[in-house]
Design a protein around this ligand. Structure first.
Ligand code: SAH
Ligand code: SF4
Ligand code: F3S
Length: 472
């Protein structure tokens, strides 16, 4: 395969042929040895990548692999990478580095590096020159080509650098091996058109494309019938849903239709972009049966000057307008956000603006990041803020948010909340943990039979990040 020649679409029939070819081979191995070849899928990055990895695992299963939890037991390793910050990329490369010795032990091992990092030419080149034992690489838009590339690799023995797709499409009906039997992701759209000046996502995930609403509704209905309790609709900017389809139908309409599905489940969505978060959407949430009163609304900065340099296309006034409307319509709403500290040119005054917005909005939780320059994005060319300055601002931001988070969670003490139980808590195995409707972690004395079900928990104490209570 020649690099840079875009790939024509891959039809469902062809896809099945490739899956069948690998399956026949793996079945033969199983019959001869009594052991199914293992596949290990490793995921970095956001929920989109987690959802994609469930498709990688689903395809591996259909190809006759047993999904394994230990890379040392694998005959096929798929690393699903993230490019959002430098730290994520470095960590991934170091883990890919560790797989060298597995390949030395088992030369038949096939290693594929996929996901957002691999949609960047310089990262493909890193793999090409520094990790010669990696068999093939491909970006996130080519995920459905996993079986095809595996067949090609086996046939030719040559390394493959999968080129970009000729066109970005929505590929339906891929097998999905879901990690959980009660929480599920459902992608509603792929890609992003926003080009925030710091962000790599539009370059690696391509333009926005939405799934057909009937496919989404059928998937959610099927999940509810199977007993799923917590369903999250995914997209980089869910509020843009269906804008590419010109049907006069929007994300709020989709939510209304999904909310009408009968059953005992909670519906969430992420991520919303403040420029498109409409009153209609909030009204649908407020009057819904199933939609969690929880809103993740990335603010990024509390300075209008920085928001404009970030190309976010809203200002703090607009942001506050959405927040105030949300609080008015849903007084119990949980609001979380993303903040970038140290965006190029951020002054002390700009940063103070962010601190003031924290005090004004009073977020339940924040995901805060130190700005990381991404090659090829406009902000990477702007004048950078020194590390020492960002580090101090970052700590100040965390300290303020800790106070606010504590206050927000203290307000829940004495209240009884519905919690979806996840199982024994990892940190303290005498307690069970779960998530509230607002997606807060709650610990309580539970029971094995609570796992995957809703329990009512009366909150007794809280810190800034979690709640502790008694099951009713
Ligand atoms: N589509 C979502 C966010 C996707 S990325 C949205 O628009 O809100 C998740 C978060 O990572 C972003 O909200 C941003 O806060 C952070 N982020 C993205 N690029 C970054 C960069 N170059 N450096 C630091 N943080 C970044
Ligand atoms: Fe990145 Fe902005 Fe798109 Fe979010 S909306 S993925 S931050 S470009
Ligand atoms: Fe990372 Fe790609 Fe998600 S860059 S944050 S895995 S869209």
């Amino acid at each position: 395969m020649k690099k840079n020649t875009p790939l024509p679409p891959l039809g469902a029939a062809e896809q099945q042929r490739y899956i069948g070819a690998i399956r026949a081979e793996n079945d033969r191995i199983f019959e001869a040895s009594g052991r199914r070849p293992g596949a290990f899928v490793q995921t970095f990055g956001c929920q989109q990548n987690e959802a994609d990895s469930e498709k990688f695992a689903g395809m591996c299963e259909e190809m006759g692999y047993a999904i394994v939890e230990d890379p040392a037991e694998a005959d096929f390793i798929v690393v699903n990478t993230c490019a959002i910050r430098e730290h994520a990329e470095k960590r991934t490369l170091s883990i890919v580095g560790q797989y060298k010795h597995l390949k030395e032990k088992n030369p038949a091992l096939v290693i594929a590096v996929c996901g957002c990092m691999m949609a960047q030419e310089h990262r493909q080149n890193d793999i090409k020159f520094r990790y010669p034992y990696v068999d093939f690489v491909m970006g996130p838009s080519s995920l459905h080509r996993l079986p095809q590339l595996l067949v090609q690799k086996r046939k030719t023995g040559k390394r493959i650098y999968c080129p970009e797709e000729a066109e970005y499409t929505v590929v339906e009906d891929l097998p999905i091996r879901r990690e959980s039997s009660y929480r599920a992701w459902v992608s509603v759209m792929y890609g992003c058109n926003n080009f925030c000046s710091y962000c790599i996502v539009p370059y690696v995930r391509g333009r926005e494309r939405s799934r057909e609403k009937d496919k989404i509704i059928a998937e959610v209905r099927d999940l509810v019938e199977k007993g799923y309790k917590d369903i999250t609709l995914l997209g980089q900017n869910v509020n843009s849903y269906a804008k590419d389809r010109a049907e006069g139908y929007d994300f709020a309409d989709l939510l209304s239709e999904l909310d009408a599905i009968e059953g005992d489940f909670v519906l969430r969505f992420m991520t919303s972009h403040p420029k498109d978060a409409s009153r209609k959407l909030i009204d649908v949430m407020a009057s819904s049966k199933h939609i969690a009163h929880q809103f993740h609304l990335p603010m990024q900065s509390g300075s209008d000057r920085i928001l404009s340099l970030m190309n976010r296309r809203y200002d703090t006034q607009k942001y506050l307008g959405i927040v105030d409307y949300m609080k008015e319509k849903m007084p119990d709403v949980t609001i979380t956000s993303d903040i970038i500290v140290g965006f190029p040119g951020e002054t002390e005054e700009d940063f103070e603006g962010t601190m003031q917005m924290l005090s004004r909005v009073r977020f339940d939780m924040l995901y805060s990041f130190i700005y990381s320059p991404r090659k090829g994005t406009p902000a990477a060319e702007m004048e950078q803020v020194p590390r020492e300055v960002t580090a101090v601002r970052f700590d100040r931001l965390l300290a303020l948010q800790k106070e606010i988070g504590q206050e927000r969670n203290d307000a829940l003490v004495g209240k009884t909340l519905r919690v979806l139980c996840d199982g024994v808590s990892k940190g303290n195995d005498t307690l069970y943990s779960g998530r509230t409707e607002g997606n807060k972690i709650a610990f309580f004395e539970g029971d094995e039979k609570d796992v995957g079900t809703f329990v009512n928990v009366t909150v007794e104490r809280a810190d800034a990040f979690a709640l502790w209570g008694k099951k009713q």
